[in-house]
Ligand binder design. Structure first.
Ligand SMILES: [Zn+2]
Length: 187
């Protein structure tokens, strides 16, 4: 059957039927129960489907985080490309933010527990100017520490003797800057 939507007639013709005539073939029907695969931006083939799998790590802020196995991510079954964007995975942003916070809390707790073998928490709080009881709260998982604090706790935990170095650092005035800095500024 020929269908010609551009019938040239000057007379307005009322629609003969409420059913529109299909000019283009309808898109291929997908298999029932399974969404059709979409085009992969990497290999160009139709292999992209929402996929749940373990071991998907990605960098977020200063960390490398592993996504939960149950999070569906469009993944190409042909070339293994993953579309890890906030548009393609609506839950990605909140998932990463929550993993990030949990990691900060966990690491702070581990490092504080380790440092407690060397110093009292109160001494540590005094030396790095934290309010009394803050480390105790962090150790029990109450509150989200900053990345900078966890960095400091991790460095101190690997070499606890450096707390004494910090104490001396703050006790003494800084050495005057070497004169070469003014020369560099002038160049
Ligand atoms: Zn692909």
């Amino acid at each position: 059957m020929r269908c010609d939507p551009s019938a040239k007639t000057s007379q307005p013709v009322p629609p003969a039927s409420p059913t529109p005539v299909a000019v283009c073939p309808p898109p291929l029907a997908s298999k029932p129960g399974r969404p059709s695969a979409s085009k992969c931006p990497c290999c160009g083939r139709r292999g992209l489907r929402p996929t749940r799998e373990p071991g998907r790590a990605l960098r977020y802020r200063n960390m490398c985080l592993t996504l939960p196995t149950g999070l569906p991510v469009p993944t190409c079954r042909l070339c293994r490309h993953q579309v890890l964007t906030f548009e393609a995975v609506p839950e990605l942003e909140s998932t990463l933010a929550s993993l990030f916070r949990a990691e900060l809390m966990h690491r702070a707790s581990v490092e504080i527990t380790h440092l407690s073998k060397f110093f009292s928490q109160r001494r540590l709080e005094r030396e790095i100017d934290l309010s009394q009881g803050y480390l105790c709260r962090l150790r029990s998982g109450d509150g989200v520490p900053s990345v900078a604090l966890v960095c400091l706790l991790a460095l101190l935990a690997s070499e606890p003797s450096r707390l004494e170095e910090l104490r001396r650092y703050w006790a003494l005035p800084l050495e005057p800057l070497p004169s070469s800095s003014s020369r560099r500024r002038g160049s």
